[in-house]
Design a protein. Sequence first.
Length: 556
Amino acid sequence: MEIKHLTDQIAVGEQIVASDLKELHEKGFRAVVCNRPDGEGGDQPTFQELATEAERLGLEMRYLPVVGGKVSDGDAAEFGAVMAQLPKPVFAYCRTGTRSTTLWSLSQAAERPLPEIVRTAKAAGYDMSGVVRRIANGGITPTDAPDGSYDLVIVGAGAGGVAVAASLKQRMPGLEIAIIDPAEAHYYQPGWTMVGGGVFDAEDTVRTMGSLIPKGVHWIKAAVAAFEPKNDVVILDGCRVVKYKRLIVTPGLKLDWARVEGLVETLGRNGVTSNYRYDLAPYTWKLVSEMRSGRALFTQPPMPIKCAGAPQKAMYLSADHWTRKGVIGDIDIQFHNAGGVLFGVKDYVPALEAYVQKYGIALNFSQNLVAIDGPSKTAVFDVTKPDQTVERTEVDFDMIHVVPPQSAPDFVAVSPLADAAGWVDVDQATLRHVEYENIWSLGDVMNAPNAKTAAAARKQAPVVAENVVADIRGRSPRAQYDGYGSCPLTVERGKIVLAEFGYGGALQPSFPTWLIDGTKPSRAAWLLKEKILPPIYWRAMLKGREWLARPEALSK
């Protein structure tokens, strides 16, 4: 007998026989629920046979039969009521465990987030995609009609979503497009490094979302709960339904602050900061500008993360400020990186190592931040060494810049669109979904092996737009993405190492080396970052003007 735990209160499984009840009793179960009607299978013991043995063992047993494929709202409600009454833990069974899991999923709809329910069921081996709409509707079968139907739906109005909408409108002005995003504000996130370095004001990195949605594009101000790709449907919170002919998925990624124990409680105080949040970047500058001595830690979690150079950018700008103020000798700067190298593309490492030496930064590789105690100013790292067990070490700090662990949004990770790691599964050249031909993805949420940066989205948006239009016109994909990403590494105030590379770490410089040699610190690259890229973002990329981003023709 295989027992599949959903929670510590309930497990599910396939049809049992009388001898299995003894095993359940020995493993600590106190109640059993039968969700299979008597007589469904020829070799199936009756409920009464099992109930007699259960009573002898001191197990409570209930009979809640459900016909396969016909779990009603009433069945789910009754299951929830019985679960509330029975002593725990409970084992529920049917022929395979699917009906029992479905009943549990629907009964939990008002208590748990949809992604958590779907993920829990999936971990036990059960696919709840067939009832995801009912879960989103609080466990009740929805009766409402679709909220809308469009030629194209875009999930996410960040850099990728607005840019691809604008690029599509440039190509096909009459296309009926809806963009789904609940946010009121749109942020220029690459600017937060500069905010944390005292170069930009935070207010310069934000615009109202309504001012950026392209003209003629419908803005559905709501959160996505789930996808039904077989029905060409996106389900919103509250179980509103949006139908599409084609879908683009670009909601960005999830900053999982809670995965570092104690971090949420201390962010923004006790010397704990991060440039990965709009409201915290100014606190970074406050800490840096006021620090005169002590220990400053800068952390980087396991990959993938948004802008892999950002942890170092904060560190170098801080060290440069302390150098200019003449206090660098009194500050112990440490970089704790869960990875094993300073930067993933070797051509840029020598220039970065020179700054590490200049600032006296201590490099600590294979060290992942797992906990933080703000009041005591202590950070806890898991240290991984080859062929050794993981060790845990504590480091005191006066200031710490934290980069949170990152993952795909929950509603994506548990969806049929995701690969095993939770990212949208696309062809890395065309950015079309590998299974669903009317779905594309771009930005941080998809699984192509490129750097997750705004510069990457700038190149991806025209590729997706070109291929969507080709599909509408009955043609094969026409454009390809070569993995381009850019990471302007702010090694000091006034100089940048402009890392530009594609798939496999191949260098892809946008400018001749006499103007900008990306492998060396450059004043011209700083001017690009400070003066040129922000207006390009607001006035070109988000307007469908594809400056230095025209799509490359797909190789035959």
